[in-house]
Design a binder for this molecule. Structure first.
Ligand SMILES: NC(=O)c1ccc[n+]([C@@H]2O[C@H](COP(=O)([O-])OP(=O)(O)OC[C@H]3O[C@@H](n4cnc5c(N)ncnc54)[C@H](OP(=O)(O)O)[C@@H]3O)[C@@H](O)[C@H]2O)c1
Length: 255
């Protein structure tokens, strides 16, 4: 079971956007970190980031453990239906819904997803014994971030031990009340056509934290630390993919 002192990692991709100030005393536009547009990502598919996210969130710390990904209901809905809940991870979906309709939808998605994954696994192993130590695919529906952490802790060990804990964006980047070590694994995204000027992405959803600096209680992690956190080498250098450049960086909340 993951001890309650194990870190909670916020994993997100953001892009800087100039937006109108909400502060009448400082009317100059401010830079915010955009994460979404119209219920989906602001940018077309960025393979380098999507595969990084998939590897990092599904890579269990040891055999027989499964990582958890905690998200708001809208982030869950933004995952293509045939891919949700995301495989080899336990999804915790936070909602205010009390009618049971979100839970019912998630249970139906889970059932279909498990059937599909079982069929794929059977084809792959051609009837050989199931891989017992592989991460499982599961999902829970909860009313808050606190209850997500509690319920994940409770179910840990009943089927498989809990591995790493991630919050995967949306409103739940605001984790001030969480009593655990907090980390951020962030992909910086910019659109910069070769040889041209930066062209900002349009965004309607923003990361709740704008500056992860010491004044706000955060410090930057070195590429070596970030590599240890995520379980693979991260250089911190910008990677170009078409018109877009991405860079993976890390932050840690100071005590
Ligand atoms: N760039 C990235 O890395 C990244 C990552 C994730 C998501 N996104 C994008 O971000 C957008 C979605 O994020 P979002 O911030 O709009 O939504 P979100 O946080 O994913 O989901 C919001 C929903 O969560 C539930 N919720 C929120 N606060 C709650 C509380 N205090 N208690 C209980 N339930 C609560 C509510 O669900 P109910 O309405 O069901 O009650 C609410 O409508 C999409 O555009 C998505 O593509 C981007």
């Amino acid at each position: 079971m993951a001890p309650t002192s194990s870190p909670l990692t916020l994993i997100v991709a953001t892009t800087p956007v100039r937006v109108a100030s909400q502060d009448p005393a400082n009317p100059e536009p401010v830079t915010r970190l955009g994460i979404g547009l119209n219920g989906t990502l602001p940018w077309p598919r960025i393979k380098a980031d999507m595969s990084f996210f998939a590897r990092v969130t599904s890579r269990a710390p040891e055999p027989g453990t499964t990582n958890a990904i905690i998200m708001g209901r809208k982030t869950y809905d933004s995952v293509p239906k045939h891919l949700r809940p995301l495989g080899k991870r336990i999804s915790a979906i936070i909602t205010r819904d009390t009618t049971g309709s979100v839970r019912k939808g998630v249970e139906e998605d889970l059932k279909k997803r498990k059937e599909k994954m079982a069929a794929l696994a059977a084809a792959k192993t051609a009837g050989n014994v199931e891989q017992k130590d592989e991460p499982i695919t599961d999902a829970i529906v909860v009313p808050s971030l606190d209850s997500a952490l509690e319920e994940l802790q409770e179910i840990s060990g009943s089927v498989q031990a809990l591995g790493k804990l991630f919050v995967i964006g949306g409103e739940f980047g605001d984790v001030d009340g969480v009593k655990r070590p907090l980390r951020i694994v962030m992909t910086n995204v910019v659109r910069k056509p070769e040889g041209g000027e930066e062209v900002p992405f349009e965004c309607d959803t923003f990361w709740p934290l704008d500056y992860m600096d010491e004044r706000n209680g955060w410090r930057s992690a070195s590429p070596q630390e970030l590599s240890e956190w995520v379980g693979e080498e991260v250089t911190g250098e910008w990677i170009r993919e078409g018109d877009v450049e991405v860079q993976m960086v890390g932050y840690e909340k100071l005590d």
